[in-house]
Design a binder for this molecule. Structure first.
Ligand SMILES: *Cc1c(COP(=O)(O)O)cnc(C)c1O
Length: 404
């Protein structure tokens, strides 16, 4: 197998996203790495099979334990996150659950951000509680609160930044300082930023998780996850909760994500260009009550932009000036932007948390979580920004006419 690429240390993220970890095709020399759509691998003889099982010889055994197409994606993501290794999963939640459970057992305690992706919160709050793994949910922007929650059984800190839906951001230097002082493992969900905008390993974060469904793949046609970290940690996860719980990524999905990664930096820069303009447009609009976007001067995390996060990303939250019904009316008026959850796709996607992601909450619970009834989340896509703003404008105008 040619290892021309592997010998080369690529300097820049844009280049790594295209070349790093390439497996290629030693048989025929195809540019694109083949999709190794196989469940198992044939051994030359019994001894070879025995050697591979004993770990005395390289090579593949069975696709739940490893697959060349999946390996290419893992190697490329490790390069992008500046970690030694990575493990691919069948979904972002597969990555979250396997990463946390590989590092927690009955009697252990974790500190988690109170604002988390809904399924991560449910996993920790319900399932982990049943398993005897205790959690404290804290305001991740409040260092004193984090420190106060740490006890002698605390093993790790788990959080995201920026956080859905109001784009509150955690300070990576602060979390790193606290974790080092108490010798805790840090696990961060970096989905909203992608490695193009934020590389948590530079701040000492141990395990970096992505829902690869979002920006990494970028084309809205795959559900997948990935965890990046030290070779030792990733081997531990692979040999326990990946291998034995089995939420593996399919070779076909890995191939699509590796293809998506080739344009990751170009896409993310354009998502940011468009989002900055859309946020500015919304921020001055008479029918918009509030805009939450770290790229805006008045956002509490604005000082972190250009610092721990290169740019503010492609997701914006805003409140239309009105009630639940006005937000619904605005959304139903849109002609191009799709009403859909998820983010990071070429298409602009817009959702109403009170009707959708946070509909199980009561209005009071939503208010406590900072989610107003008229809050709308938009994942700004790659369309021409004037077309995105044009669609928002005609829907906001309709709102005003109906209100008058
Ligand atoms: C979507 C998402 C997840 C879950 O990922 P799936 O691929 O849907 O399982 C986890 N964290 C964040 C921040 C997400 O946006």
């Amino acid at each position: 197998m040619s290892n021309r690429n592997q010998k080369h240390q690529f300097q820049h993220l844009e280049t790594k996203a295209i070349h790093a970890g390439r497996v290629g095709d030693p048989s025929f020399g195809s540019l694109a790495t083949p999709i190794h759509q196989t469940s198992t691998f044939v051994f030359d003889n019994v001894q070879q099979g025995a050697n591979r099982f004993a770990g005395e010889e390289g090579g593949f055994i069975y696709s739940r334990l490893g697959n060349p197409t999946v390996m290419e994606l893992e190697q490329r993501m490790a390069a992008l996150e500046n970690t030694e290794a990575a493990a691919a999963f069948g979904s972002g939640m597969g990555a979250v659950s396997a990463t946390l459970l590989a590092n927690l057992k009955k009697g252990d305690h974790l500190v988690a951000s109170a604002a988390l992706y809904g399924c991560s919160f449910a996993l920790i709050n319900h399932k982990f509680a049943e398993l005897g793994i205790e959690a404290s949910f804290v305001d991740i922007t409040n260092s004193a609160e984090i420190e106060a929650a740490i006890n002698e059984n605390t093993k790790l800190i788990f959080f995201e930044t920026p956080i859905n839906p109001n784009l509150v951001c955690a300070d990576l230097n602060e979390i790193s300082r606290i974790a080092k002082q108490h010798q805790l493992l840090t696990v961060i969900d970096n989905t909203f930023m992608s490695p193009v905008l934020q590389q948590p390993s530079d701040y000492g974060m141990d395990l970096i998780i992505h829902s690869a469904t979002k920006y990494l793949n970028g084309h809205g046609d795959v559900v997948a996850g990935i965890c990046c970290g030290s070779a030792e940690q990733i081997e531990h996860i692979k040999m326990t909760t990946l291998k034995d719980m089995g939420a593996v990524m399919s070779p076909n999905d890995a191939w699509l994500i590796s293809r998506g990664l080739k344009t990751l930096s170009v896409r993310v820069e354009r998502h940011c260009d468009n989002a900055e303009k859309v946020a500015g447009y919304l921020d001055q609009h008479a029918s918009v009550k509030a805009v939450y976007y770290p790229g805006l001067k008045h956002h509490p995390a604005n000082h972190l932009v250009g610092n721990q996060m290169k740019r503010a990303g492609g997701v914006i939250a805003f409140e239309v000036d009105g009630a639940f019904e006005d937000a619904v009316r605005f959304m139903n008026q849109l002609k191009m932007c799709h009403i859909a959850v998820s983010l990071g796709d070429a298409e602009t996607l817009i959702q109403h948390p009170a009707s959708m992601t946070h509909s199980p909450y009561t209005p009071e619970e939503r208010a406590a979580a900072g989610i107003s009834e008229s809050l709308i989340r938009i994942s700004v896509g790659l369309e021409h920004v004037d077309d995105i703003i044009g669609d928002l404008e005609q829907a906001l105008q309709a709102l005003r006419i109906k209100a008058a």
